[in-house]
Design a protein around this ligand. Sequence first.
Ligand SMILES: Nc1ncnc2c1ncn2[C@@H]1O[C@H](COP(=O)(O)OP(=O)(O)OP(=O)(O)O)[C@@H](O)[C@H]1O
Length: 233
Amino acid sequence: MEVQITCDNLKLGYGAGVLVDELSFTVEKGDYLCIVGENGAGKSTLLRTLLGLQKPLAGKITFGGGLQQNEIGYLPQQTFVQRDFPASVWEVVLSGCQGRCGLRPFYNSKEKQIAKNAMEQLEIIPLARTCYRDLSGGQQQRVLLARALCASDKMLVLDEPVSGLDPKMAETMYRLVERINREMGITVIMISHDILEAIPYATHILHMGREYFFGTAEEYRRSRFGNAFLQPE
Ligand SMILES: Nc1ncnc2c1ncn2[C@@H]1O[C@H](COP(=O)(O)OP(=O)(O)OP(=O)(O)O)[C@@H](O)[C@H]1O
């Protein structure tokens, strides 16, 4: 298999505070890696580091298998300000093509087609003219997923994409992400708080906390980490 990301002995943190130390794992093309763990364990910090928005304090990240760091689509955790964004759904999705424009100040027909395809995949074509801030939380997340899909057809990185959604909308989101992974062959890295809901879709699990676990979903189920965290309450 083609290895797209190799993390070698990563140390992450802010100033003198170290959040993550000696973390190593790999991501192969087509994987669905679910990152789980305690609050404040550094999961979002790890994603930002993978995207190059932050530098590791030590260790190395290597990209391969035809993937470059600037070819990763990102769905960040939503803030309240973003929820109020006064643009149409079409404009928000198309803005995912910004990285493809270079210095060109407009979107060309190829980029518009990419945005249209992404909206078809996410079943949001009827919402194209609707104002983003008038959508439900679940619809907004679909729009942001389509936007991330415009940025990359190789890898998507999703920071808690179902947080704040009701169980039905969360299920729809998981189903759409699964389709993107299985049918389109796009590698997925997703942070999830809801480990029981997320694990059926994952091929691999990275558990972050005082100790780390990295392995296949099956290995995780059989591990002491899985035993402790997969028990229904
Ligand atoms: N820019 C920053 N400067 C300083 N500290 C930060 C910064 N961003 C995050 N932190 C701190 O780093 C710690 C880990 O944050 P991070 O968001 O990576 O954890 P997380 O595992 O994603 O947590 P959660 O599950 O709560 O989202 C937190 O204590 C947070 O306050």
